[in-house]
Design a protein around this ligand. Structure first.
Ligand SMILES: C[S@@+](CC[C@H](N)C(=O)[O-])C[C@H]1O[C@@H](n2cnc3c(N)ncnc32)[C@H](O)[C@@H]1O
Length: 262
C-alpha cells in the first residue's frame, strides 16, 4: 500500500502511534519475517550479519540496543558472551523478546523505553546500537541522538542501520523497473497509513543531511558510513527490499559514530 504523505507537524505524538502500532502488530511482523531468526544479528534485509560486517567494536563493553523489537541482535550478542540490555518502546515487541529468551534459554535485561527518554544514567554504556529500530518513527533525529550521546561514556560507539534516505522517493516495490521517482526528496513530510482518517502508522524520511547534521550537532564524530549491496544468494523480498531492486540501489544505510573521548 502506498502511504499518504502528510506534513510531519500533522502527525500527533509519533512515539504513541509507533508504540500502539508495534504492540498490535508484533506477532504478525515477526511471523512475516522469519529471516530475523531467534538468535541472529542482521543489519538489514540485504542479509548481512554482524558476524560478517563486524561493525561493533572488538570490545563493546556495556551494550544497549534501542528499538530492539524481539531483541534477536542482543540475543546473538548474549549468546556470544556479551551482556547487552535490550530496550524498545513497545511492550508487545518486548513480550515477544521475553518469550524468545525463555524458548532459547538466552537471558538478558529487557527494558521498555522511548529512545528520546532513556531510563539510564549518563555515561552508562560503551556501545549503543540498533538495526532499523526507533529512528524512522521520529520526525527529528536530534532528540534520540542527544539522548544516546548522554547515555554513552566518552569514547563510546553508536552504530545504527536505517532505511536508506534515497528509498523514500520511490514506490514501495522490490522491482528495479519501478525505480521511478514519485515523491520529492527531503520535504520533511511523513509517510502515514490511516485508519478512519487518523494516523495509524507513521514513518519520517530523513535525508543524508539529517543524519550527518543530527550526529555532528549532537556531538558525535562520524567514523564510517556503509551502503551495503545485496548479499549473493539472498532471495528474500521484504517490502521494497529484494534482490532485483537491491542490485541497482542500496536500501540500507549503516552509520558508525563515536562520542569523542574528551
Ligand atoms: C523495524 S522494528 C526493528 C526491530 C528489530 N531490530 C528488527 O529488525 O525486527 C522497529 C522497532 O522500533 C521500535 N520503536 C519505534 N519507535 C520507538 C521509540 N520512539 N523508542 C524506542 N523504540 C521504538 C518499535 O517498537 C519496533 O520494535
Amino acid at each position: 500500500m502506498e502511504p499518504h504523505v502528510r506534513p510531519a507537524s500533522a502527525v500527533p505524538d509519533p512515539a504513541l502511534i509507533a508504540r500502539s502500532w508495534w504492540d498490535r502488530n508484533a506477532e504478525e511482523y515477526l511471523s512475516e519475517h522469519p529471516s530475523l531468526g531467534d538468535i541472529r544479528f542482521q543489519w538489514g534485509p540485504e542479509g548481512w550479519t554482524e558476524e560478517e560486517l563486524q561493525l561493533l567494536p572488538d570490545r563493546p563493553g556495556r551494550i544497549l540496543e534501542i528499538g530492539a523489537g524481539a531483541a534477536q541482535c542482543s540475543r546473538w550478542l548474549a549468546a556470544a558472551g556479551h551482556s547487552p540490555v535490550a530496550s524498545d518502546v513497545s511492550s508487545g515487541m518486548l513480550k515477544a523478546a521475553a518469550l524468545l529468551n525463555e524458548r532459547t534459554g538466552v537471558h538478558f535485561p529487557l527494558v521498555q523505553a522511548d529512545v528520546t527518554a532513556l531510563p539510564f544514567a549518563d555515561a552508562s554504556f560503551d556501545t549503543v546500537f540498533t538495526a532499523f529500530g526507533a529512528l524512522s518513527f521520529l520526525p527529528d533525529l536530534s532528540p534520540p541522538f542527544a539522548e544516546i550521546l548522554r547515555v554513552l561514556a566518552p569514547g563510546g560507539w553508536w552504530i545504527y542501520s536505517v532505511t536508506h534516505p534515497f528509498s523514500w522517493v520511490f514506490p514501495d516495490s522490490p522491482h528495479a523497473a519501478d525505480l521511478t521517482v514519485i515523491r520529492p526528496y527531503g520535504t520533511g513530510d511523513a509517510y502515514v497509513e490511516e485508519d478512519r482518517g487518523r494516523a495509524d502508522y507513521a514513518e519520517f524520511p530523513h535525508t543524508i543531511a539529517d543524519h550527518i547534521n543530527g550526529l555532528t550537532g549532537a556531538g558525535f564524530r562520524i567514523e564510517s558510513v556503509l551502503e551495503p549491496g545485496w548479499k549473493a544468494g539472498n532471495e528474500e523480498t521484504w517490502g521494497a527490499w529484494g534482490p532485483d531492486r537491491g542490485a541497482m540501489l542500496p536500501g540500507t544505510l549503516i552509520v558508525s559514530a563515536q562520542r569523542p573521548a574528551s
